[in-house]
Design a protein around this ligand. Sequence first.
Ligand SMILES: [Zn+2]
Length: 269
Amino acid sequence: MPEGPETHALADRLSLLLVDETLTRVRFVDPKLQRRRAVLEGKRVLAVEARGKALLTAVEGGCTLYTHSHLFGFWRFADEADALPDGAPPRLLLVTVRGAAALYAAPSISLWRTDTLDTQPYLARLGPDVLDPAVDARILLAQMRIPRFAKRTLAMLLLEQDFAAGMGNYLRSEVLFQARLSPYRILQDLTTGERRRLANALLDVPRRAYRAKHDDVLPPGKDYLARTRARFGFEVFERAGAPCPRGDGTVAEIRLAGRRLYWCPGCQH
Ligand SMILES: [Zn+2]
């Protein structure tokens, strides 16, 4: 599943295509949505925003299109709708003079009045988004004081979207590695210093991953060295058996909360 950095990079890509343009054509496979396409078609797009792993496309007239790709949904882009790949029709097609965007496979798609968007079930339970520039360590430290999270293992906690939106499986391993914390630790047992390390890693790792995604779609420029420094590489994720980058052990693979997790028992305590 795309995690926060991928979703935010996708929002940027969609913004280039849609924002300030009029939707000249909108098509849904779902007949109920198709009957309501007039709330989008012919309307100007005001913003495309990622929240957690959802994408929100707001148009003039007070309507917002909600999409969530889940495990299998994916977007394709083309200069025009006819240039999209043949085969099964996309579940959603959006066209402007700049090009076409199509969403395939099994996403969630729904239409909302923008002023009631906060009642959408997925959005209503999202915690602070680790990629939201307004989210800082103070906000994440406050999340850690919420009683319902106290007894969670860090492995479990770092997948919960109501704790930190946009987190996901590769980010979980990388955040714990940067924070030098064992996935088996329980939140309420962390010291003040450990909580601070966790908050900082929760902000730093997803944002570096996002900047690296960005580099992929931008042509190289004169800030090439800055881009290279920002480029993201996995320290432990999918590196089972490799020496720890800190030189004190071997990266191990375990399954926790049903999903693969990579960590170094040598330096994560
Ligand atoms: Zn290590």
